[in-house]
Ligand binder design. Structure first.
Ligand code: SF4
Length: 351
């Protein structure tokens, strides 16, 4: 009947779905602001003793108050559902779905449970599957096995832009137990196993890093062959960073633009200058190039793993912002009026 031996709704028999995915699969009712439907079904392993790590900004952190089973994540509830029911709905609604993403948490059963769920998903349908891994639990053989059973993309939630920020938000300073070096080792292994541009690295803006640190890690990830998916920090209630301010929209827009320029080899390190506080102070390329890139809207689209035919796959609507406010990243191609607004928000002429 699916419940585990102690009656808890744990993986692999049960799994959490993002609220947007639960709506897309008709487990919940709801409508999306500006019709920003999710193209990817985001799933998260579920354990009553939750995640052993202690990231300062995360709703699932070990030291965050509340019963673990009730912890929210990215400020919304993640309904817990029977894995077989989720798979059945994915099959039923697959014409609207472009990708499935299974996110691990730091738990002793997470690797084996991820295999068993991925295997079931891969047997029943033909959608591409991403696995958002926890590097400290994995080795290269695990990655090879994941590829063999049907995953085509690996996500790595590095989140911090530098070792300094990593230590203060996820590592020793918060008794988190995660290791910066291990993240880079597994990233290299993942590129070896899955190939260049098949690894997505999540980086968060606004958790204490400088622009200089962001630019540095963007160039480094480009060199490794990983894609960069940006997130804008949004404080999680009751987490250690619950009172920290979000990055300004102006800063986030500029970082989105710089990420795009670096990932598409439009600029090199010599084109960027930062001041003594680590803030970007000069971008030495022609204004026409910047204007064309901004006009295209592409830097501001949600960074996510691609869909079945190379189209936009994971678009995570409202991951970093609330419906009604400016889209921090766009889960669809920005429209003309969006571009006008983006230009005002970023005030690029001030760089
Ligand atoms: S971009 Fe989306 S699909 Fe890809 S790893 Fe991140 S959350 Fe998963």
């Amino acid at each position: 009947m699916g419940q585990n031996h102690n009656g808890n709704l744990s993986s692999p028999e049960y799994i959490k779905t993002s609220l947007a995915s639960a709506v897309a699969l008709r487990f919940k009712s709801g409508r999306f602001y500006r019709d920003a439907k999710p193209f990817c079904i985001n799933l998260l392993l579920n354990y009553t003793d939750s995640c052993y790590a202690n990231c300062a900004y995360c709703g699932l952190a070990r030291s965050r108050p509340q019963n673990n089973g009730d912890k929210s994540f990215i400020r919304v509830d993640w309904p817990v559902l029977k894995t077989t029911d989720v798979i059945e709905r994915i099959e039923r609604y697959q014409s609207n779905i472009r990708r499935v993403c299974i996110s691990m948490v730091t738990h002793k059963n997470a690797v084996e449970d991820t295999y068993s769920i991925t295997k079931k998903m891969a047997c029943y349908r033909s959608l591409p599957i991403s696995i958002l891994i926890t590097p400290n639990l994995m080795n290269k053989e695990d990655l090879i096995r994941l590829r063999q059973i049907g995953a085509d993309t690996i996500g790595i939630g590095m989140d911090a832009a530098s070792r300094r920020v990593f230590e203060s938000t996820r590592g020793k300073k918060v008794n988190g137990g995660l290791e910066w070096k291990k993240y880079w080792d597994i990233l290299q292994d993942a590129v070896d196993v899955f190939g260049r541009d098949k690894i997505s690295c999540h980086i968060m803006v606004g958790i204490g890093e400088t622009d200089y640190e962001l630019c540095k890690i963007f160039f480094k990830l480009r060199k490794y062959g990983a894609l960069i998916h940006l997130f804008s920090f949004y404080p999680e209630p009751d987490s250690s960073m619950s009172t920290r301010k979000r990055p300004s929209l102006k800063r986030f827009r500029r970082i989105q633009l710089i990420r795009y320029l670096i990932e598409n080899d439009i600029i090199k390190e010599k084109h960027l200058s930062c001041n003594e506080k680590g803030k970007i102070s000069k971008l030495s390329i022609y204004n026409d190039i910047i204007n064309n890139v901004v006009e295209s809207g592409r830097p501001f689209i949600t960074g996510g793993c691609e869909g079945k035919n190379g189209d936009m796959g994971c678009n995570r609507p409202f991951g970093s912002y609330r419906p009604g406010e400016s889209f921090r990243d766009f889960p669809f191609h920005p429209e003309t009026e969006d571009i006008v607004r983006i230009k005002k928000e970023s005030r690029l002429e001030e760089i």
